[in-house]
Design a protein. Structure first.
Length: 265
């Protein structure tokens, strides 16, 4: 038998919490002294306590843990799996809230925060073999355009060998009438394959939902305003480095935004 103090020391759970577990019926002492009321525990109860602490760390409330302790392992595993899914949902909600807070701070504090969040680089984008489709669409048809792109690639026997991306050819952005070109890097020459030329680009990386890409564009525009030696010389590019088929949450999307640039004469 172990005194409550010794049991607390071995388990690293406070005596106050052990008394609380006793009051809730989660973990009763193996023996209570008739004369002094002292609590005594068996060493085997250390494993029971470890199970309680583990379920508590998983996020189960103590009132629910009491009903979980006697479940068969298979049923307990099912409950833990449900809790895991709920935890992922909470994590995604928290990530979304954090991004909204970051965006609000950027707007409140201005361009300084935008520069901290998005690091603009000048990069050499190499020449690549691409297959592409150019269409005038509304923003809701973007997924359909890329689905059509993949169908046409399959019909031509083309194998994707890199990222997909979207080029914006219009003179101005419009949600309803976008002149866009969907591209995929392919392995080698083939029917209707063309070479995308090498070009210098000012670029940033955006992590998170597509709806927040406007902040990446804002960062690039602010960078151009400070680096007046450069001018845009081609359509803006959204490069899908990690797209919806590769992530479990929209917060994990990774998109490169590139402005082809050249130095002014």
């Amino acid at each position: 038998m172990l005194t409550i103090g010794a049991f607390s020391k071995l388990s690293r759970v406070s005596t106050r919490m052990l008394r609380y577990y006793d009051a809730m019926g989660l973990l009763r002492p193996a023996h209570v002294g008739a004369e002094n009321g002292y609590r005594y525990y068996d060493e085997a109860q250390l494993q029971d306590l470890a199970g309680i602490e583990r379920l508590k760390r998983y996020g189960f409330p103590l009132a629910e843990i009491r009903g979980l302790l006697d479940l068969p392992e298979q049923e307990l595993a099912r409950r833990v799996h449900q809790r895991r899914l709920a935890a992922y949902a909470q994590l995604n909600e928290l990530r979304t809230a954090l991004r909204r807070m970051e965006d609000d701070i950027i707007q409140m504090e201005g361009i300084g925060m935008l520069q901290d969040k998005y690091h603009v680089i000048v990069m050499e984008d190499p020449a690549q073999q691409v297959f592409s489709l150019r269409r005038t669409i509304n923003v809701a048809q973007t997924h359909e355009l890329f689905a059509e792109l993949r169908r046409e690639m399959e019909a031509r026997g083309l194998k994707q060998a890199g990222c997909t991306q979207q080029l914006y050819h219009g003179q101005e952005f419009s949600y309803d009438q976008m002149d866009v070109e969907a591209q995929a890097v392919v392995a080698g020459p083939g029917p209707d394959v063309k070479e995308k030329p090498a070009q210098t680009c000012a670029a940033v990386t955006h992590t998170g939902p597509y709806e927040d890409l406007k902040y990446a564009y804002d960062a690039l525009c602010a960078w151009l305003a400070r680096h007046t030696e450069y001018q845009v010389c081609g359509p803006a590019i959204e490069r899908y480095l990690r797209d919806e088929g590769e992530v479990s949450s929209l917060e994990e999307l990774v998109t490169g935004v590139l402005f082809p640039v050249e130095k002014k004469a």
